[in-house]
Design a protein around this ligand. Structure first.
Ligand code: ADP
Ligand code: MG
Length: 241
């Protein structure tokens, strides 16, 4: 049985034969960059949380994954630390290339919060992020993206569709996006964003890595994952609710 249980973590590979990396209990065992390790030390985050222990090695191995763990369990760094590694592996990059990582989040507040939490790690690695959400002038967000050199774009689905179809021309190149995060996927479904998510992901190269994080695993999330993830490894910390 490939099912592994450790400290309340359940790992269920949905494909037989996939090499699933083991959970790691020390930051130093994850192959994180020195800059990320330094930021973790300065924040006083002495060890990974349960979801981070399991999800980071899996995401860093390049596999698609679904991570389910309750609110406050540290999901942002579970997908965020592998982002730093992923981008470092894509270099050299030109400022005009467009983002490498796309994070979709259901609300403006969440997208701002995600970028705020990733900022010190991005900054230490010399990387830049931008947010795009509704309820704020689109032209400011277009200007920020056009300035270039953005490695990570964190967006709400509605505003990203606006940007894609904006009549100020195609401001955003999706051609380099190779890592996609669907954060708070349960809330995105609740808010009716599935058609927008479908449209956005159909514009992103199919050889990308896609990771989905959520506090709960409602039935309709399985079909969302089936559409957009390739042979995902599923990690559940605590129970599915
Ligand atoms: P979730 O997305 O699962 O709701 P967050 O990623 O927002 O949770 O994390 C919740 C809080 O825990 C944040 O304030 C975050 O900075 C903090 N945190 C994350 N990882 C660690 C860690 N390994 N050690 C201590 N605190 C952490
Ligand atoms: Mg979160």
């Amino acid at each position: 049985d490939l099912r592994l249980e450790l400290d309340g973590i359940k790992v269920k590979p949905s494909t037989k034969g996939t090499q699933i990396p083991n959970p790691v209990v020390h930051w130093g065992q994850m192959g994180l960059s020195l800059s990320s390790l330094n930021v973790l030390t300065s924040l006083g985050y002495s060890k990974p949380t349960s979801i981070q222990s399991q999800a980071i090695p899996i995401a860093e191995s390049g596999l698609d994954m679904i991570g389910v763990a309750k609110t406050g369990s540290g999901k942002t760094l579970a997908f965020g630390l592998p982002i730093i590694r992923h981008i470092a592996d894509q270099r050299p990059l030109k400022a005009s290339d467009g983002p490498i990582v796309l994070i979709l989040a259901p609300t403006r507040e969440l997208s701002v919060q995600i970028v705020r939490e990733l900022k010190p790690f991005l900054k230490a690695a010399g990387l830049k992020a931008a947010c795009a959400y509704g309820g704020a002038p689109i032209k400011d967000q277009i200007a920020e993206i056009k300035r270039g050199g953005i490695h990570v774009l964190c967006a709400t689905p509605g505003r990203l569709i606006d940007l894609l179809t904006s009549n100020s021309g195609r401001v955003l190149s999706f051609k380099r996006i190779t890592y996609v995060v669907l954060d708070e996927a349960d809330r995105m479904l609740d808010m009716g964003f599935e058609p927008q998510v479908d449209k956005i992901l159909s514009n992103i190269r199919p050889d990308r890595q896609t990771v989905l994080f959520s506090a709960t695993f409602p039935k309709n999330m399985a079909s969302l994952a089936k559409k957009h993830l390739t042979k995902p490894v599923e990690v559940t910390v605590g129970g599915r609710s």
